[in-house]
Write a protein that binds this ligand. Structure first.
Ligand code: NAX
Length: 331
């Protein structure tokens, strides 16, 4: 076994926190040979629930789990952590203005950025899940200047996995035989789920999903809107937002980032844009990425048609607008 690493989960007493904790402690995030010490942070009103979660983790007798800290103290939570999963956010309340909601989340991410900056381990890798995920990650980057931008990412893997699932259902194949869908842009309903480059493993070798579907209207219509609206469909059905699938996607995101993507396979991650595919630099945008030895790199050179270009720009425009809104909350 490797030496233990420290993982901080913020907002740990919430829905996703409850689902993700056993996954982390069973090695689904960082591998079955990686012992973990979990730091759980939440706010004082959730402190008792957090204590209960700690008891449940102890009662699960998980061999990889080498320690649990449950705290409401941000500095203690961030102390020497190697990995961070940020679930903490202010939820949208009825009648709340967009700016008011943004302002609450900007304040949370600004404060947690400073704490991570001061207390986290060098080269600590961060995944922001809480909404607005891309812009929360951007605020974190702005206020934690000593953390390298490449170490700050946001979750669009749930959307990516939804796209794989939906495509595999349409083609009646196993989800494990489908790869290389792309989520471009924001984790919001403007995201662009793109299956133009997706590949399906068949008994006759690898085939283009687009050719197998052979239905442009479906690819440009129902496929995109179903993936975009899936979060809302889950809320309607469950009366609460996705937790299990979000936790599972967070594990997939960190797993592939740290342990690598298989050759010829890419995944979607919200990362700091360097201007690739003519997307504005300086926003956190979801791109197709390959990962190797703990580093992601944007997949280059994919052919983008006019339809895709318009969708990629629309979601970039929304992110630029969110960035401006977030900055206006700082003044
Ligand atoms: P919950 O509301 O159940 O949990 C959030 C937790 O954060 C609560 O326990 C709350 O007390 C805590 N919290 C709030 N402010 C805090 C602070 N300043 N410091 C520490 N803890 C704080 O939400 P849950 O369903 O677990 O979802 C977590 C976040 O993920 C939400 O923002 C949600 O919108 C977002 N999602 C993002 C997804 C993605 O794909 N990027 C998908 C799932 C999910 O909707």
């Amino acid at each position: 076994l490797k030496p233990p690493v420290k993982i901080l989960v913020t907002g740990a007493a919430g829905q996703i926190g409850y689902a993700v904790m056993p996954m982390i402690a069973r090695g689904q995030m960082l591998g079955p040979d990686q012992p973990v010490i979990i730091h759980m942070l939440d706010i004082p009103s959730a402190s008792e629930a957090l204590g209960g979660l700690k008891m449940e983790l102890i009662d699960s007798a998980l061999p990889l789990l080498r320690g649990v800290i449950a705290t409401t103290d941000v500095a203690q939570a961030c102390k020497d952590v190697n990995f961070v999963i940020m679930l903490a956010g202010f939820p949208r309340k009825e009648g709340m203005e967009r700016k008011e909601l943004m302002s609450k989340n900007v304040a949370i991410y600004k404060a947690q950025a400073s704490a991570l900056e001061q207390h986290a381990a060098p080269n600590c890798k961060i995944l922001v899940v809480a909404n607005p995920a891309n812009t929360n990650a951007l605020i974190l980057k702005e206020f934690a200047p000593s953390i390298q931008p490449k170490n700050i990412t946001c979750l669009t893997r749930l959307d990516h996995n939804r796209a794989l699932g939906h495509l595999s259902e349409r083609l009646n194949v196993h989800v494990g035989d489908v790869k290389n869908v792309i989520i471009w842009g924001n984790h919001s309903s403007t995201q662009y789920p793109d299956a133009n480059h997706a590949i399906v493993k068949t008994e006759f070798g690898e085939k283009s999903a687009k050719e197998l579907v052979a239905n442009d209207t479906w690819m440009k219509g129902e496929f995109i809107s179903t993936v975009q609206q899936r979060g809302a469909a889950i809320i309607k059905a469950r009366k609460q937002s996705s937790s299990l699938s979000a936790a599972s996607a967070a594990c997939d995101h960190m797993h592939d980032w740290i342990l690598g993507t298989p050759k010829g396979t890419w995944v979607s991650m919200g990362v700091y844009s360097d201007g690739a595919y003519s997307i504005p630099a300086g926003i956190i945008y979801s791109f197709p990425v390959n990962c190797d030895k703990g580093e992601w790199s944007i997949v280059q050179g994919l052919k983008i048609d006019e339809f895709s270009r318009a969708k990629m720009e629309a979601t970039a425009n929304e992110l630029v607008e969110e960035k401006n809104l977030a900055y206006s909350c700082l003044n």
